[in-house]
Design a protein around this ligand. Structure first.
Ligand code: UN1
Length: 502
């Protein structure tokens, strides 16, 4: 038994359903979580069914009636305590994330740091849920807007960021006065249970209602139930475009709200004016970090022909120095893929790329278990496979001569999450950031595509789903806006000067 499993209270969890105060087995089958690092079963839990879901809705509904009346800064105080609890558990939770998901320990710890950071952000936000005041066209009238909570927020999260993405949603949703029902990926249930254990202590010590945070370990039917239930005001879903389209369709059919953070196919343009000393580490981290399983992973390199040879040589050299293996060993840069399906997707994509004219410059091999060699493939054109998001460390290289072609290639994919340009030329940089430049939700200059900070709004366009989570004013998606007009005079003037005399 690994020490962090014990530290996080995961020895005998025996639950798949938790309201924050009450934990019990789900009504469904047993679910064993295996580490992708060595296929060891870590612990087992149970799956929830739609019967459990109904109970969760009732708990959430009654918690909401209480929670929405807690002043926002007081809600922030609760989130502050949660942040403290995560600080105390950073090491253990980071290790668990690394072991259960397979990302390197550094990245596991980084993910917990994102939780801590978003807690801090949400605490400040709890005093800044500002609406505007506007001047009324009528005398002795006042007009303003305010933001109220939505109610129940459903959170569907993916295996690749098993804890951080939940926290971006949950911490913001809570300070906004909502309650949350969380359905994590079935591939990483323990990381979710660990988070629920950590925040449960805060819920308990503050005598908060059960149902403020409900965790349901479950399959797609729980996602479906969240999407179709009219009491779930907002469904925030992170995952594949296919899943996002299904969620959007179901939620839209009842005119509910959804927030989607789906696939990416992120590129870095390297111009003839790039500083390659910055470019090389940014590309390597972006392409192989989390074994290529981030939505923001660098998947395409669009390189000016004049720097292509030098850049590819330096990349191949850097790839040759990567240490691949047990993610918990701090010496390793790259861990395993999540499962054998992911390994198969990796092999299939490489086969397709070669069939479409690609030349493998590095990698292309499955090592043992779920470990694969990060791969660089030189492509003659942006073929079908390059336009497809494969969740694996495969970097496609495309070459350009004309700057306009570089921008065209960057945008000519169905996804629109993250993008970057490496250049020291201000015209290229500004053009990339302009309305004629990158069409993505994130566009960077001289930094890579992944590793976004929590302070900005995170999300993307086109098949990425259009939602924004985390910082900036992303909180507005978790609240309903109300416009209020107050007449403090003794007459009833109508807007637009309409006369209606009785
Ligand atoms: C994701 O892959 O779903 O920008 C989120 C990044 C991280 C978040 C990625 N901050 O890579």
């Amino acid at each position: 038994m690994k020490e962090f499993i014990r530290d996080l209270g995961l020895e005998n969890i025996n639950y798949g359903y938790s309201t924050g105060l009450k934990n019990r087995a789900g009504a469904g089958e047993e679910l064993i979580s295996y580490s992708p690092a060595d296929q060891t079963p870590i612990a087992s839990t149970t799956l929830c069914t739609t019967t459990d879901f109904e109970e969760a809705i009732q708990a959430a509904k009654s918690a909401y009636v209480q929670w929405r009346n807690v002043p926002a800064p007081k809600r922030g105080e609760i989130v502050r305590q949660m942040g403290e609890a995560f600080r105390k558990n950073k090491q253990a939770l980071g290790q668990l994330v690394s072991y259960e998901m397979g990302k390197s320990l550094q990245e596991g710890l980084g993910e917990v740091q994102e939780i801590i950071d978003i807690c801090d952000f949400a605490v400040g936000l709890s005093r800044q849920l500002y609406g505007l005041t506007m001047h009324s066209e009528r005398p002795e009238h006042r007009m303003y807007e305010q933001y109220h909570p939505l109610g129940i927020v459903g959170i569907i999260s993916a295996f690749n960021f098993p804890v951080a993405v939940w926290s971006w949603n949950a911490m913001i949703a809570w300070v906004c006065g909502n309650v949350c029902i969380w359905k994590p990926s079935e591939k990483t249930p323990l990381s979710a249970i660990a988070c629920q254990n950590i925040i449960s202590s805060v819920i308990e010590s503050n005598q908060l209602p059960e149902g403020l945070s409900t965790l349901l370990i479950g399959g797609p039917e729980i996602g479906q139930a969240l999407s179709s239930h009219e009491d779930v005001a907002l469904v925030s879903a992170t995952g594949s475009t296919r899943m996002g389209k299904a969620v959007a369709k179901t939620v839209a059919s009842r005119l509910g709200k959804y927030l989607l953070e789906l696939g990416g196919n992120n590129s870095i343009i390297v111009t003839e004016n790039a500083d390659l000393n910055l470019t090389v580490p940014a590309v390597v981290f972006g392409a192989v970090g989390t074994a290529g399983q981030r939505c923001t992973t660098t998947r395409r390199l669009i390189v000016h022909q004049s720097v292509k040879e030098e850049l590819t040589q330096r990349l191949v050299k850097a790839y040759g120095q990567l240490k691949i293996g047990d993610p918990l060993d701090p010496a390793h840069h790259v861990g395993p893929l999540i499962d054998q399906d992911a390994v198969l997707n990796y092999t299939n994509a490489i086969e397709a790329a070669v069939a479409q004219g690609g030349e493998i410059l590095f990698g292309g091999e499955v090592l043992e278990g779920n470990y694969v060699l990060p791969t660089i493939i030189d492509m003659p054109a942006q073929t079908e496979i390059v336009k497809h998001e494969t969740f694996a460390p495969i970097l496609y290289i495309l070459t350009y001569e004309d700057w306009n072609d570089a921008i065209f290639l960057q945008n000519d994919v169905p996804q629109g999450l993250s993008s970057a340009v490496f250049t020291q030329n201000i015209r290229e940089a500004e053009r990339f950031l302009s309305a004629n430049g990158s069409d993505c939700g994130i566009a960077n200059v001289n930094i890579g595509t992944s590793g976004a900070e929590i302070g900005g709004a995170f999300g993307g366009e086109k098949e990425t789903g259009g939602g924004r989570e985390s910082g900036s004013d992303a909180w507005k998606a978790y609240m309903r806006r109300q416009t209020n007009t107050i007449n403090y005079g003794t007459t009833l003037p109508l807007a637009q000067g309409i006369k209606f005399d009785l």
